[in-house]
Design a protein around this ligand. Structure first.
Ligand SMILES: [Fe+2]
Ligand SMILES: [Fe+2]
Length: 467
């Protein structure tokens, strides 16, 4: 019986066939050999007859159990397939058995595993989309609330710099007040002010960020503002409006030059925002300037894209001037350049700096950033003219761009200029998956896009007058 169990179905049937059909046939042959020609009957001893009965009995019983076991396995497999999702263990046991049933169980097991993987993938897709929507709605919820928007700027910048703590102080006639604190929640404003006061007193004399380096690696990482520290004054029209501070202790022990450039740009943009807020905290212009600060913090999340907004703005402005665009269009180009990628705040920055193949879900998230940028800027009543270039800065003339697949004249001239300034900067900069192209290669790449009918040749010609 044990032997029969471990064989394949075909072999099991063969053995059972031999048992229940061939052996009785041999017995009949044996009986025929006992046939007496003269008396015309079979002479069989009583002992032989008993033996034959016993053999046939045993073979029938073995055949019965052999068949029963096979049928049981088939029934079990059918049942397990039905309840596959619940009973994977039985499926695995059957798969280990070998033979056709084992093979069948194995293939069902792998099919189910694939279904599981798909389910997992779709869970991940849901999570990515949920995270994006959550982050986007977080931004949308604070667009009209100046203080919360400023908090989001500082939070994003602290994360982008990998700093442990971030603080933003307002300054008025030599008096400082803590406006935003990003760090341990159990810390009071008084505690932060007490620790920061001596540093803040030194800020007034500086027009640029200044550093307090870490003398030694501190073990008291839970304490406030432990060096290395960077303090950066927010100066507008030579007036000190506030101070921006980041504390690097805990993650890294030194501020790089790149960090300092980010802090400098951010301080400048926040100073403009502070100045506007003094006049009217809830004006569109204040909101725009603060969103511009947020955009700088967002671009700082990706080390490869730092400085991108500024460079795109400059290039787009120069192209616009060369093409003879009116002053308000040039301003539109500058403003749209500043906010065109702000929607990237809603995405995990590692998607943008990822090496290797990008999944469908990640592609969806990347392609969605112009739409999120647009939905953020939509809140600014007097900046509606920025919506078209922002939403469509990844469209292409042959309709292969995103998010709307616009074609030819559906794409405005201003959008085309922003698209080409953006592409050019992307080609020239290092990315996680390739190093930046030199000018000749970047131009070659743009020429290929012109030949393929994807980008505007006149805009490219103007760009070549600059570079
Ligand atoms: Fe973009
Ligand atoms: Fe961009």
């Amino acid at each position: 019986m044990t032997d029969v169990k471990s064989k394949s179905l075909l072999r099991r049937f063969s053995i059972i066939f031999v048992g229940v059909a061939l052996i009785p046939f041999i017995i009949l042959f044996f009986l025929h050999s006992l046939y007496d020609e003269s008396h015309r009957f079979i002479q069989i001893l009583d002992a032989h007859f008993s033996l034959i009965i016993v053999i046939i009995g045993i073979i029938s019983i073995l055949g019965f159990f052999g068949m029963r076991m096979m049928i049981k396995k088939i029934i079990l497999l059918t049942k397990t397939v039905k309840e596959a999702v619940i009973d994977r263990k039985t499926m695995l046991e059957l798969a280990e058995e070998g033979g056709e049933i084992g093979e069948l169980a194995k293939s069902f097991f792998y099919a189910l595993k694939r279904v599981d993987e798909r389910e997992q993938q779709s869970k991940e897709t849901k999570k990515i989309i949920y995270d994006v929507l959550k982050k986007a709605s977080e931004v949308l919820a604070v667009v009209n609330n100046y203080d919360n928007l400023i908090r989001l700027v500082l939070k994003t910048a602290t994360d982008a710099l990998g700093a442990k703590q971030g603080a933003l102080f307002s300054a008025d006639e030599g008096r400082y007040a803590l406006k935003v604190w990003i760090g341990n929640d159990d810390v009071t404003s008084e505690q932060v002010m007490d620790t920061a006061q001596s540093y803040l007193d030194q800020v007034a004399g500086h027009n640029r960020p200044f550093l307090i380096t870490a003398k030694e690696k501190s073990k008291q990482s839970d304490k406030l503002l432990i060096p290395p520290l960077v303090f950066s004054p927010l100066v507008y029209n030579e007036k000190l409006l506030g101070v921006l501070c980041f504390c690097g202790n805990g993650y890294w022990n030194k501020f790089s030059n790149e960090h300092m450039v980010v802090v400098l740009n951010l301080s400048h943009q926040l100073a403009v925002s502070f100045e506007n807020a003094k006049i009217n905290k809830h004006s569109d212009q204040t909101c725009f300037e603060t969103l511009a600060a947020l955009a700088l913090a967002v671009e700082a999340k990706d080390p490869y894209s730092r400085g991108h907004l500024g460079r795109v703005g400059k290039t787009a402005q120069k192209i616009g001037e060369l093409m003879g665009l009116p002053a308000e269009d040039i301003k539109t180009l500058r403003d749209a350049s500043m906010l065109h990628d702000i929607g990237k705040i809603a995405t995990m920055h590692d998607i943008f700096i990822k090496q290797g193949k990008i999944s469908e879900e990640e592609k969806y998230v990347i392609r969605n950033h112009p739409v999120i940028s647009e939905s953020i800027v939509l809140h600014l009543q007097t900046y509606k003219h920025l919506l078209d270039p922002i939403r469509h800065h990844h469209e292409q003339l042959d309709g292969s761009g995103y998010p709307d697949g616009l074609k030819n004249e559906e794409i405005s001239r201003i959008t085309s200029i922003l698209t080409i300034a953006d592409l050019f900067d992307t080609f020239m900069q290092n990315r996680s998956y390739r190093s930046g192209m030199d000018l000749t290669d970047a131009k070659k790449e743009l020429d290929n896009l012109v030949i393929a009918g994807k980008i505007d040749k006149d805009v490219v010609a103007s760009l070549y007058q600059i570079y």
